[in-house]
Structures are given as structure tokens and as C-alpha cells.
Write a protein that binds this ligand. Structure first.
Ligand code: GLP
Length: 260
């Protein structure tokens, strides 16, 4: 796992946008898995700016969702489908035709989950999966004690995650209890995992995920199993890392041609 410590969220967004731009040069129709939440916004802004100024061609890119609330009415502005269309797909100049996501309103949620795993495989698999991290160490919506081999399925949110996400809703009561999320096993099938974490509130989860033991209690620690996982953190989110100086030295000495 590579840990890159950046000065701030904007620098992290720019670095990851460059990795996506490089991927799109190598594979113009790459399938890009995107995360929601506040953290990845600088990535999407940096990428959209480069598409707008013509330095990145994302016209053949395909976008897929990591997770979704169960039961929010279709078109609800905080459904992750709406968020991804608004914050990623449209700013990149793409349409829903380039987008894949699970149906959080399906009458048969288990079937919708299995269907989404199938759709990802049929699309050739995810080339680069962006991830954030929950304060409890979750990735996607895989809460603590999620199976490290899990597939896309329904999960129940912890109170902590519902409280963290309540800022997007009018009240805590409106935050759904249930979600569909790519499983940890599903996430690990992406060719490159890139997790961005910023801010002091993520420091403990980042330290446990990167330097702690592999454990279902800290779902993000599953990145330790992936042959190509990159964790980009700002100084605040890096503040709990024992090996921070080593990670800084390693990145400073890295040949530029290697990219992320
Ligand atoms: C939600 C999403 C995650 C995201 C997490 C952190 O739970 N399902 O994919 O990583 O929030 O969000 P934020 O980046 O806003 O802290």
C-alpha cells in the first residue's frame, strides 16, 4: 500500500485527478468507481476543470457507483445516484448512458445487489475505485464487522454513520437505516484502489486502516490485501500515522514516471 501525505485536500484532489487523467490516456473508456461524501469533491472539481479546459478527454469514460441508500424515492437529491449524476457525471460532460449504479428502490433488493455485481463484471470490472473512509473505518457502506469477502448487498448503518451523514438531510430521522453497498470483496476486485481522507476526524480511522491489523472491525484495513492500493491523506488525517516520516521520504524519492 502506498501512502501519500499531501498538504491539503485541494492538493490531494489534484494528485488523484492526475492519476485519473493518466488512466484515461491509457484507457479512454476506463470504468471509474466513484465515492460520495464531502471528501472526494476536490477530485471531481479538479477533473471537471481539466475537462473544461481541454487538457483531459473524459468523453468515453464510464462511471459507476460504490453504494446507495435503500428506499429513498427516485430522484431524491441525496440519493447517491442523484449525487453522482450531479457532482461527477454532468460536470465531466457525460450522460446517464455512461453511468452504472445499483437500484436502491428495487422491489427485490437482494436481486438488485446481485444484478449490480453482475453488471460491474460485464462492464469489464472497475479500473480505478475512489474511496473515502468513515469515522468508524467503513469503506463504501461496509460497516465494522462486514465480511472481508462480502459482495454487493444490503447493510444496516451504524448510528455513528447516520449521524455523520445527517448533515445532508433535514434531520437524523430522514437518514435511511439501510443501504446497498459494493461488498469488500467486490471493492477489492477493482484494479486500483485510491482512498482519500482529509481532516483530523479521519486520523484514527486512517491509522487503524493503514498500520493496524487486518480486521473486519476496520473495513478499510482490507486495502492491505490489495496489490495496488493508494491512500492519499492530508496532514491532519495523517496525524495518527507512526510511519508518517517514512511515507514522506518514500514519496519524495519516488520516480515521477511511476505516477500513483
Ligand atoms: C459515506 C459514504 C462513504 C464515504 C463516507 C465518508 O458513508 N458511503 O463512501 O467515504 O460517507 O464521507 P465524507 O467524505 O463526507 O467524510
Amino acid at each position: 500500500m502506498e501512502i501519500v501525505i499531501v498538504p491539503d485536500a485541494v492538493a490531494g484532489g489534484s494528485l488523484i485527478a492526475t492519476a485519473i487523467a493518466d488512466l484515461l490516456i491509457a484507457k479512454p473508456d476506463a470504468l471509474l468507481g466513484v465515492a460520495t461524501g464531502s471528501t472526494p469533491t476536490p477530485i471531481y472539481q479538479a477533473l471537471a476543470a481539466r475537462v473544461a479546459d481541454g487538457s483531459v478527454d473524459a468523453s468515453r469514460a464510464r462511471i459507476c457507483q460504490l453504494d446507495e441508500y435503500v428506499g429513498l424515492p427516485a430522484g431524491h437529491p441525496e440519493s447517491y445516484r442523484s449525487v453522482v449524476l450531479r457532482e461527477v457525471v454532468e460536470p465531466l460532460g457525460l450522460t446517464e448512458a455512461s453511468f452504472l449504479g445499483p437500484d436502491g428502490n428495487a422491489p427485490d433488493i437482494a436481486a438488485a445487489a446481485a444484478e449490480y455485481d453482475r453488471a460491474l463484471a460485464e462492464a469489464g470490472g472497475v479500473d480505478l475505485q475512489l474511496l473515502g473512509i468513515g469515522t468508524d473505518g467503513h469503506i463504501g457502506f461496509n460497516e465494522p464487522c462486514s465480511s472481508l469477502a462480502s459482495r454487493t448487498r444490503i447493510k444496516t448503518l451504524t448510528r455513528q454513520t447516520r449521524e455523520d451523514n445527517a448533515r445532508f438531510f433535514d434531520s437524523l430521522d430522514e437518514v435511511p437505516h439501510h443501504v446497498l453497498t459494493q461488498g469488500i470483496g467486490t471493492i477489492l476486485e477493482a484494479r486500483h484502489l485510491v482512498l482519500l481522507a482529509t481532516g483530523e476526524a479521519k486520523a484514527e480511522a486512517v491509522a487503524l486502516a493503514v498500520e493496524g491489523p487486518l480486521s473486519a472491525m476496520v473495513p478499510a484495513s482490507a486495502l492491505q490485501l490489495h496489490p495496488h492500493a493508494t491512500v492519499v491523506v492530508d496532514e491532519a488525517a495523517a496525524s495518527g500515522l507512526k510511519l508518517a516520516d517514512y511515507f514522506r521520504d518514500t514519496y519524495a524519492a519516488k520516480p515521477v514516471w511511476q505516477g500513483l
